[in-house]
Design a protein around this ligand. Structure first.
Ligand code: NAD
Length: 416
């Protein structure tokens, strides 16, 4: 058996994939075909910086699998977005889209850069150049990027525009766009809303009343901030949140409206009135009902998992709990709800955005939210039913359902 202490992100996703294949008795050749990426593209992205220097960034687009539909996945701008990480995230997208049953495959992109330290002009130049470099392999029916860590709706607007210069107007080539350019209502909030829908369902099963519950959230970006907002809306008390600089804590609950204004004014949760400053480590080790890691991978690992005092760890981020960390959580009786289920709300509403772009027919917010809720709850119920029936973890059940669907799609198409 693989050493669980600590696997790289791609080793981790492959480990869960292998376990699902063993459980489902998937044929070796099918397994080999769907384990690795269909295509991996590495590009140089030269950018003339504001100081006159030419800097060459490295970017990737990894297309993992498309047997259930066009490749789909975000683009990450982060210094550690290397080939290995992007490959792992692309594979995870294949399983995520299959689990929630939307007609996409899996892909991911990344550029190794620090967007915090770049000007808007530098970021636009980088994005346009990167898009031109990958434009031959993306497209409305081929591969549809979206925002991820370090990118946002503005990045998608630049990508759409750079793609249009070569291929003509195609709003469906990216999702997570501004509303004015064909984005969908409800997309920005979708991942956080999905996280809270899953927590709400799981809390019912575990007998945790939302009104008396407490939650702590690591990462206060798109996923973390919207998760906080929706959890508080359904009655949970948000006692702690953090960002890359550190966290804030108030056992009575943080005032999220005031916190939002504070973050808009200062760029960080730190220094928020009416709360105690804490470190990210302290946040993770806090006693609470729901701990939501919503920042980067590897936050909970074999080094700190034994210190987790939450009843449930809910993966808002991708790969925030390592396999070694999850084993320890399982031994301690902490329920771990996996990323491919928990944060699938984002790609689900991206799918709605793509549908609206293709049909040139925008939906209203009620339609988006109702359809999202239906898909998230159905996926949760399927996973939960298998978890109980087969006495396996939520992650093993989620991977089994997803891998089974992809393998079946491949078999139906016929192997070469
Ligand atoms: P984001 O860039 O909007 O926010 C990231 C947050 O994490 C920021 O508050 C940042 O300060 C914080 N952070 C970064 N490094 C940290 C560290 N070392 N310790 C603590 N906090 C840190 O990104 P996002 O879009 O919210 O994505 C967060 C995670 O969710 C990622 O793993 C991403 O892949 C995943 N995800 C995002 C979406 C989406 O729709 N945005 C969908 C599915 C999954």
């Amino acid at each position: 058996m693989a050493n669980l202490k600590e696997m790289s992100p791609f080793e981790a996703v492959t480990y869960y994939f292998d376990q699902a294949c063993d459980r489902l008795v998937i044929r070796e050749e099918v397994r080999d075909l769907i384990c690795t990426s269909d295509r991996e593209m590495r590009v140089e992205v030269p950018v003339r910086m504001d100081n006159g220097d030419l800097e060459v960034f490295i970017g990737y687009r990894v297309q993992h699998n498309n047997c259930r539909g066009p490749y789909k996945g975000g683009v990450r701008y982060h210094p550690e977005a290397d080939e290995e990480e992007v490959r792992a995230l692309a594979s995870l997208m294949t399983w995520k889209t299959a689990l929630v049953g939307i007609p996409f495959g899996g892909a991911k992109g990344g550029v190794q850069c620090d967007p915090q330290g770049m000007s808007p002009r530098e970021l636009q130049t980088l994005t346009r150049r990167f898009t031109r470099s990958i434009s031959q392999i993306i497209g409305v029916n081929d591969d549809i990027p979206a925002p991820d860590v370090g990118t946002n709706s503005q990045t998608m607007a630049w990508m759409m525009s750079a793609y249009a210069e070569e291929h003509g107007y195609s709003p469906g080539v990216v999702t997570g766009k501004p509303l004015e350019l064909g984005g969908s209502v409800g997309r920005e909030q979708a991942t956080g809303r999905g996280v809270s829908l899953i927590i709400n369902e799981a809390a019912k099963d575990l007998g945790i009343p939302m009104e008396n519950s407490k939650c702590a959230i690591q990462g206060f970006g798109n996923v973390g901030s919207w998760t906080a907002w929706y959890l508080s809306e359904i009655g949970s008390t948000v006692i702690a949140v953090s960002d890359v600089n550190g966290g804030v804590y108030n056992v009575q609950g943080l005032d999220l409206d005031q916190l939002k204004t504070h973050v808009e004014n200062t760029g960080s949760v730190l220094g928020f009135n009416d709360a105690e400053a804490i470190t990210n480590d302290e946040l993770l080790e806090m006693e609470c009902d729901f701990l939501v890691p919503a920042a980067l991978g590897g936050a909970i690992n074999s080094g700190n998992a034994s210190k987790i005092r939450a009843r449930m760890v809910v993966e808002g981020a991708n790969n925030p709990v390592t396999p070694g960390g999850e084993m320890i959580l399982n031994d301690q009786g902490v329920t771990c709800l996996p990323d491919l289920l928990v944060n699938a709300g984002g790609v689900t509403v991206s799918y709605f955005e793509w549908v609206q772009n293709i049909q040139r027919f925008p939906w209203n917010l009620d339609r988006v939210n109702n359809a999202l809720e239906e898909i998230m709850i159905r996926a949760y119920r399927e996973v939960q039913t298998m978890t109980v029936r087969d006495n396996i973890t939520y992650r093993d059940a989620a991977f089994s359902i997803a891998v089974g669907r992809v393998a079946q799609a491949l078999e139906l198409q016929g192997l070469p």
